[in-house]
Ligand binder design. Structure first.
Ligand code: C5P
Length: 220
């Protein structure tokens, strides 16, 4: 199977870009952040605090996360319920970053992610795909952009969804989330040594997709 790994900080446009590149290449797009988000939602609903690593680690066995595709769009299934519509709030984003540092949580999703990549040609996006989940992926991209630009994009996205928000708060949240993701002990966000760095701050979506396809063609 051919695997493409795309990692990078919050709001760098990984999912938008990966979805388009997957369509062009006829690959399956796998959004691993959505899987972590589903686990965070489970603990928010259960009223468990993010700091309570013991309870979170113990309760991981009660959680079943899987993915499905409807018209090509990934759906995350949490214990039989499609939770796609509930995982994109800022509250879930922060909870996700808070709990994804726990080894038990990461362990829970690692096998699922590796199995998906073993069965199909995938473009998988996340934070640790090139470094940890798929270290042998033939194409690795580290996609980034300035924090200001990432906040601007996230703001636009939320407004389009009809969600009221404050751009300065979004920027603060993005920076806090990146700090936490980069500084955790287990599978931190970092560029794999063999990843190609793309800074999309001044690039259009199409230009980034083309850059990824070119990188893929050069390594295929
Ligand atoms: O990509 P997305 O913004 O949906 O990811 C949400 C959070 O999930 C990240 O901030 C990070 O804490 C966590 N995550 C992770 N490893 C991945 C994907 C996401 O730790 N492979």
């Amino acid at each position: 199977m051919y695997n493409i790994a795309i990692d990078g900080p919050a709001g760098a446009g990984k999912s938008t870009i990966a979805k388009k590149a997957a369509k062009k290449l006829d690959f399956i797009y796998v959004d691993t952040g959505a899987m972590y988000r589903a686990i965070a939602l489970y603990f928010i609903r259960a009223g468990v605090k993010a700091e309570d690593e013991k309870t979170i680690s113990e309760k991981c066995v009660d959680i079943d996360v899987s993915i499905d595709y409807v018209d090509g769009a990934q759906q995350v299934i949490l214990n039989g319920e499609n939770v796609n519509d509930f995982i994109r709030t800022e509250q879930v984003s922060m909870m996700t970053s808070n709990i994804s540092k726990y080894p038990a949580v990461r362990e829970k999703l690692l096998n699922l992610q590796r199995q998906l990549a073993a069965q199909k040609n995938v473009i998988m996006d996340g934070r640790d795909i090139g470094t940890c989940v798929l270290p042998d992926a033939k194409t690795k991209i580290f996609l980034t952009a300035s924090a200001k630009e990432r906040a601007r994009r996230r703001y636009k996205e939320q407004v389009e969804r009809g969600i009221e928000c404050d751009i300065d708060q979004i920027e603060k949240d993005i920076i806090a989330r990146d700090e936490q993701d980069m500084n955790r002990k287990t599978a931190p966000l970092k560029q794999a040594e063999d990843a190609v760095l793309i800074d999309s701050s001044d690039m259009s979506i199409e230009q980034v997709v083309d850059a990824i396809i070119e990188t893929f063609e050069a390594t295929a």
